[in-house]
Design a protein around this ligand. Sequence first.
Ligand code: SF4
Ligand code: SF4
Length: 383
Amino acid sequence: MTTIENTDFFSMDRRTFLKVVGAIGASAFLGVHHTDITKALEISKTKIIWIHGAECTGCSESLLDAGNPDIVQAIQKLNVDVVYHETLLAQQGIFVDGKPAGTSELNSEILLDEAIEEGDYILVVEGAVANGPNGTGKYCMYGERTFKEIFKKAASNATFIMAVGMCATYGGINAADSEIVDMTDFRGVAFQRVDPSKGMLTELGIEKPVINIAGCPAHPDWILLTLAAVILGKIQLNDLDSILDKYKRPLVFFPEDITLHENCPRRGYYDKGIFDTEFSGDACLWKLGCKGPYTHSDCALRRWNGSVNMCTQAGSPCISCCEPGFFDNGAPFYQEAEDKAIFSGLNMDNAAKIGIGAAAVGVAAHAARRILFDNNNEKEEEK
Ligand code: SF4
Ligand code: SF4
């Protein structure tokens, strides 16, 4: 513990940080940084405005389910003032004499406008921003205003923007392939799927520092630790490129050089070529469509629900919910990736030859090892 207390997590190299913070989680991090936090408490409160676009509120739900620290403890420890969060507000829909109430105490629209006007806040965006039809944004309305209009106003005055969850980061399910996707035109804050030139900020001509917390939903630790790091000055907003990947995800949680597969609790079975072909087994889930070998997240180290469990440990194949382009990139779910030739229509052998990226090549290498393993097994059986 003495060693941890003397450690500056955000000056560690990624691998060490990942191991240490992955092991201790948000609770110990906030505890260890007690001195920094106390100093921060002496400074003014950090204001957060949290707005919701097109989404299911799953990321707020995920954050509210954070157990250790819970959201109230985290807010207190970090001296945060959540001035606006639609799901948690009491003001929504209060009418006086048949009209919406006219004060910020009773009317959330007025509260939001006043908070934006005051400025000096972190903007958290949960949910995609509708641009359709025809750039009007009318496919997502809040009362008489489009979410696009609210986002524009809130983003313009923010100190920094944290996009939380796949809808806010890359469009998520709203931007998935469909016959109406062009018409609806949902955008992430700084990306549309994997395209940064179509992010809503670019569309609106706004330049702001952005951190993307991927995931469907986002892990509460990823949200809280990132907010803590920004508030405590452990992340410099003028030097985000050094700590983010090209999709603006913090490298410590979404490492470029490590996939979930490498730390998966079922990895031993993969290496031995033992695969489940039906659900509820104990072996590797690759043949049931696991996309862990493509997925750059620390889920297998950090785990979920108070570090108790995670998808593959619980018997559910990883659907790659943290990768830009989700969910088309993860689909078809529960079908072996190799057989379905997903990812640009390439099978694993071609992926290795053409080199579509380190993760895919890594998978191809594993696939090759498995084929060798299978061949060796067949030879053993023939003896
Ligand atoms: S393929 Fe999936 S279940 Fe199998 S070891 Fe890799 S991450 Fe775990
Ligand atoms: S294990 Fe895969 S599907 Fe599950 S939360 Fe992590 S990235 Fe998402």
